[in-house]
Write a protein that binds this ligand. Structure first.
Ligand SMILES: NC(=O)C1=CN([C@@H]2O[C@H](COP(=O)(O)OP(=O)(O)OC[C@H]3O[C@@H](n4cnc5c(N)ncnc54)[C@H](OP(=O)(O)O)[C@@H]3O)[C@@H](O)[C@H]2O)C=CC1
Ligand SMILES: Nc1nc2c(c(=O)[nH]1)N=C([C@H](O)[C@@H](O)CO)CN2
Length: 235
């Protein structure tokens, strides 16, 4: 049996697009979801292993590792996609915000990488860990300070784990800027955001999927970041 790919936070948007891509490629998928979106029932019928995991709950990481081990003795990739794009304006308790951002974006990937490494090392080829970070890792963000810092921590994990797990596992980041808007984004926000890159488009999920596939197909790239940001750094 082909080794599955584990994707966290994949019940909507980019993570769901990743799942649907791998299903279309007949690659087995194990995905985690926090909220049981209606699409979960469809994914189960398609043979996707859907595991409920709210990483804010104590013991959730250990429970996920145990459940993954029940389903498979090997993984070809782990994609850390689960994320909370939260900001200081919405969270006056900055202490709690900082802890929450670091937890979901850095501590959870760190613990999963440590716990799932044996399954990845059991893969018959070089396995992959892919961290979905953010363009703001290189620039910072005055409106999402804790979020950006936590994604920078996740970015740093790529280099540490790449050195720790080579040559059995490649570890890389994909750093997007705008990929897809949120449903409640205003036209004013959309217009302002599109101007931030020199490509000036809302590219869609395929851009992230293509970056992931480039990394999966490589036998050599590790400890690096693929920027998927429309030339935002040139503005
Ligand atoms: N969308 C974009 O344009 C950009 C996205 N990115 C990054 O790409 C990745 C995917 O982005 P996008 O699809 O917009 O992500 P979303 O904002 O849609 O979040 C993805 C999922 O993460 C889950 N999640 C959040 N917190 C937790 C938690 N504590 N435990 C378990 N699951 C949790 C959410 O679950 P629930 O459904 O229950 O809320 C959600 O389904 C993210 O890492 C994001 O930071 C980076 C730059 C731009
Ligand atoms: N978890 C999320 N992270 C991010 C999102 C999102 O919707 N969910 N969106 C962005 C923005 O698109 C930003 O890149 C451009 O304004 C960043 N991170």
């Amino acid at each position: 049996m082909t080794a599955p790919i584990l994707i966290t936070g994949a019940a909507q948007r980019i993570g769901l697009a990743m799942v649907q891509h791998f299903v279309a490629e007949d690659i087995p998928v194990i995905m985690t979801y926090r909220t049981k979106h209606p699409v979960i029932d469809t994914l189960v019928k398609q043979g996707v292993i859907c595991i409920q995991a709210d990483f804010n709950q104590a013991g959730a990481v250990d429970a996920l590792i145990a459940q993954v081990q029940q389903h498979t003795d090997t993984l070809s990739a782990v994609i850390h996609n689960a994320s909370s794009w939260d900001c200081e304006a919405r969270n006056p308790d900055h202490n709690a915000l900082f802890d929450a951002m670091m937890h979901i974006h850095a501590k959870v990937p760190y613990l999963l990488n440590m716990g799932l490494a044996p399954l990845l090392q059991n893969y018959h080829e070089t396995a992959d860990i892919i961290h979905i970070t953010d363009y703001v890792v290189e620039k910072g963000s005055p409106k999402h300070i804790a979020y950006a810092a936590s994604k920078a921590a996740l970015d740093n994990l790529s280099r540490s784990f790449a050195a720790k797990y080579a040559p059995d596992i490649k570890v890389n980041s994909v750093a997007p800027s705008l990929i897809i808007f949120n449903q409640d984004d205003s036209e004013e926000y959309k217009a302002k955001t599109l101007k931030k890159s020199i490509m000036g488009i809302e590219p869609g999920c395929r851009e992230v999927i293509d970056a992931i596939e480039l990394l999966r197909k490589s036998n050599y790239i590790t400890g690096r970041t693929l920027a998927v940001d429309g030339g935002r750094h040139l503005k």
